[in-house]
Design a protein around this ligand. Structure first.
Ligand code: 3SL
Length: 232
């Protein structure tokens, strides 16, 4: 039976061997939720990049460029990191280059894995079904916030663990902790996260509706995976 494990921060990735594994990269608020939304609204591919300048250069190649720093859309970019900015037909048929504070970094640091999948509550069941078929050991890589633990990505890991518990072995306390946390919180994730650091950060920026949206389960049946240097 394959196993599922959870890495609570990209800073802890050096403790894991990614070879032969499937990584599910997650940044619930908001990078991976936004990527899933972009694909659901017709984006053809997404190029996650680390630096603002690198991202900006993709405009010359005909890409839409998106950037967030500290929760705010960076100046001079077409899009920020709110999923609602990707819903009005503007991304249909387009390639998007995107850089965010933590989410795109988590994806880049997972490159050694056999497969990288972008996970969010929004496409939870699509990820579950894919992992059951794939039969690789799974590592959920939580993007966290600037190297630190966060609750929302951990809750996602718990949700994934709950749906995979009959088919995957839990070999690590991180998976158990994520599962227990999710089972405590799942009836009202919005209230559970009210005091969490990134929710408070986003509330200060008056980004309320993004939080509720990103906590919805199974809204989209899309599965972004890493292929040939981009997400497709
Ligand atoms: O850190 C990230 O990658 C972002 O998702 C953060 S924010 O939600 O856009 O503030």
């Amino acid at each position: 039976m394959p196993s599922i494990d959870v890495c609570f921060s990209p800073e802890l990735l050096h403790l894991y061997d990614l070879k032969g594994k499937a990584v599910v990269a997650v940044d619930i608020l908001r990078a991976t939720s936004t990527m899933v939304t972009a694909f659901a609204h017709g984006a053809t591919d997404i190029i996650p990049v680390m630096k603002l300048e690198e991202c900006q250069a993709y405009a010359e190649k005909g890409c839409l460029i998106a950037a967030e720093r500290d929760g705010i859309k960076a100046e001079g970019f077409d899009l920020g990191n709110s999923p609602f900015a990707y819903m009005d037909g503007n991304v249909k048929g387009r390639t998007i280059a995107i850089t965010t504070t933590n989410g795109t970094r988590a994806i880049h640091l997972s490159m050694e894995a056999d497969e990288i999948i972008v996970g969010a509550f929004l496409n939870l069941q699509a990820v579950v079904e894919h992992l059951k078929e794939l039969q690789l050991d799974v590592l959920v890589v939580c993007a966290g916030w600037k190297g630190k633990f966060n609750l929302e990505d951990t809750l996602y890991a718990g949700a994934l663990a709950e749906r995979l518990q009959d088919d995957f072995a839990f070999e690590n306390d991180a998976t158990l902790a994520s599962l227990h946390l999710y089972q405590t919180a799942k009836n009202d994730l919005v209230s559970f996260l009210r005091q969490s650091s990134h929710v408070r950060r986003l509330e200060n920026l008056e980004i309320h509706k993004d939080i509720e949206f990103c906590l919805q389960h199974d809204t989209y049946d899309v599965l972004p995976v890493w292929k040939n240097d981009k997400l497709v």
